[in-house]
Design a protein around this ligand. Structure first.
Ligand code: ATP
Ligand code: MG
Length: 564
């Protein structure tokens, strides 16, 4: 059982379900389902749906099924099934024994289709896909009835059976529901229930060459499983009358469908087609590229399942489409890691610092706090010596105003160690670039005790002799614009050219030598980083920056609030 990170707020889904439970509808039971089509990797939008589906079931002591709506053999695969299961588990949810596949219901769906034909509620149509589209009409014009609509029941039964045995070519016939070609709702204009597809299915193999359309499979699958609350996104609102029609004709269990607005996140995109294009075009390294809004990408980036569940809870559910600022997601991971990630010192753009009055060949260890937010995380010992690495940014030969870091003649504190004063620099005779900063330390200031002096800056460092080398990958938003989805024409032009910056030769404190893949750390003053779980190796450590330390959400929150 997962404890919510943020207290649960009232929302319309909770209220509807609570009302049903109170009134004893469905015997007071709550059964939900998460119904992905295994045709891609799950993204952060799916995480919202997963948290709602599983969350509602948990809250009301019910259960949530994982059901693959695998009705389209040409787009689906076992690879996707496995990655989806792995991701749902990673998010912290458990479907127990309730793993289902719409493909397991193919036989039942077929029998129901036959029932509808017999009842004069469905017919085999010989129109081509193009004709079917043409006959369908538009939002302003009614559709036209197919000339095959009123063919005898016996004939439809015979043709449907022969469709199943593979007698006809793809696109030559369909099974359609006989509803109303003049309906204002296009979904009710004799929707197709089955089409011929001579393709092997990842689970049923060659058993079928007709496949149910999603809309014919979905509601009946919910019904078979006894789903009480079928929670889905708004675009299915117009399909609800069709689902109801099917269930009414069959006279079987009805679940209550409840729609909510899908998640749109700024500076990214959730369109499967565009994500696929990024992957196939090599614009990202794969579905799990840490810049991708996929859960595989966020996971590799260093996001925790807790932070994503927290995010899902905070955005809540709404009935109207909205855009959530990605800064809120970043805020959630920052809050989580602030409490949990051990802090270390790492120098990303190294500059040599030599302490002239520190004895050569000597060294010592200083004590460093692992996480001031959590004393139980204890302390560690960090080696200190005459030669250190500091951040290039932490030294300026000619400091700008209000620069409190190191510059000639100025004193700073070395985190957990001593106070030093810059005495000079060594420059590259050719370029004039500062290659080394020289300084003197105050041996009596151990632990950073300034003894009454005013020392404004504190900088981090790593002992040169003990440093562990690593590659560090800094990420920024995938898209430079907040709403790349609006750029229909040339959406790729909205990609952020500096979404990935690779730094090599970074210097880390030695405690990170054996850092485990996927382990998360705060690099003091820099942000949160995790060991890459794909390319990092003991001989070549690679870190991903999950998120920087500066929180932009707090600022945004004052001017706008997320949906709720
Ligand atoms: P996509 O095309 O992005 O994959 P989809 O509509 O095809 O979305 P599925 O892949 O079948 O949906 O996903 C299963 C469930 O996840 C559906 O119930 C769907 O409503 C939900 N879902 C998909 N995208 C989002 C989103 N952005 N926000 C919230 N829920 C979503
Ligand atoms: Mg999908």
């Amino acid at each position: 059982m997962i404890q919510p990170e943020t207290p649960r707020a009232a929302n319309f889904i909770r209220q509807m379900v609570a009302e049903d439970v109170k009134n004893g509808r469905f015997g007071g039971h709550v059964v939900t389902r998460f119904p992905p089509e295994p045709n891609g990797y799950l993204h952060i939008g799916h995480a919202k749906a997963i948290c709602v589906d599983f969350g509602i079931a948990q809250e009301f002591g019910g259960r949530c099924h994982l059901r693959f709506d695998d009705t389209n053999p040409t787009k689906e695969s076992t690879e996707y099934v496995e990655s989806i299961m792995d991701t749902v588990r990673w998010l912290g949810f458990d479907w127990g024994p309730h793993l289902y596949y719409a493909s397991d219901y193919f036989e039942q769906l077929y029998r129901w289709a036959v029932e509808l034909i017999k009842a004069g509620k469905a017919y085999v149509d010989d129109l081509t896909p193009e004709q079917t589209r043409e006959y369908r009409g538009t939002l302003t014009e009614p559709g036209r009835e197919s000339p095959y609509r009123n063919r005898p029941v016996e004939e439809s039964l015979d043709l449907f059976a022969r469709m199943r045995t593979g007698e006809f070519e793809e696109g030559t016939r369909t099974l359609r529901a006989k509803i109303d070609m003049a309906s204002g709702n296009l979904n009710l204009r004799d929707p197709v229930m089955y089409r011929i597809r001579k393709a092997a299915h990842h689970r049923t193999g060659d058993a079928w060459c007709i496949y149910p359309i999603y809309d014919w499979a979905h509601g009946q699958s919910d019904s078979i499983e006894g789903v009480t609350h079928s929670i889905c996104t708004l675009e299915y609102e117009d399909h609800r009358p069709l689902y109801d029609w099917y269930l009414d004709q069959l006279g079987v269990h009805h679940s209550q469908q409840i729609e909510f607005a899908r998640l749109n996140l700024s500076h990214t995109g959730m369109s499967e087609r565009k994500l696929l294009e990024l992957v196939e075009g090599g614009l990202v390294s794969g579905w799990d590229d840490p810049r991708m809004p996929t859960l595989a990408g966020l996971r590799r980036r260093g996001y925790t399942p807790e932070s994503i569940r927290d995010f899902a809870e905070r955005i809540g559910v709404a009935k109207a489409d909205n855009l959530v600022d990605i800064a809120l997601l970043e805020h959630c991971i920052r809050e989580d890691l602030n409490r949990r990630a051990p802090r270390v010192m790492a120098v990303l753009r190294p500059l040599k610092l030599v302490i002239e009055n520190y004895p050569t060949g000597q060294g010592e260890e200083v004590e460093a706090v692992n996480n001031p937010e959590d004393p139980a995380m204890g302390t560690r010992r960090v080696p200190f010596a005459r030669e250190l690495w500091i951040e290039q940014d932490d030294f300026r030969e000619t400091p700008p105003p209000k620069y409190f870091r190191l510059s000639p003649g100025v004193e700073v504190r070395l985190r957990y160690a001593y106070i030093i004063k810059c005495t000079g620099v060594v420059k590259d005779p050719q370029t004039g670039e500062v290659t080394e900063v020289r300084c003197a330390y105050d041996p009596a200031s151990r632990g950073g005790d300034a003894r009454g002096r005013k020392v404004k800056g504190t900088i981090h460092w790593v002992s040169a002799a003990h440093a562990v080398e690593a590659e560090v990958r800094l990420y920024d938003h995938l898209f430079a614009k907040p709403k790349p989805d609006e750029e229909e024409e040339d959406w790729k032009a909205a990609l952020n050219p500096t979404s990935l910056q690779v730094l090599t030769g970074c210097k880390l404190e030695p405690s990170l030598a054996g850092a485990a893949p996927a382990s998360r750390h705060q690099f003091e003053r820099q942000g949160y980083f995790c060991v890459d779980s794909v390319v990092s190796a003991p001989a070549r450590l690679v870190f991903n920056r999950t998120v920087g330390l500066r929180d932009t959400w707090a600022k945004i929150e004052k001017t706008a609030t997320p949906s709720g």
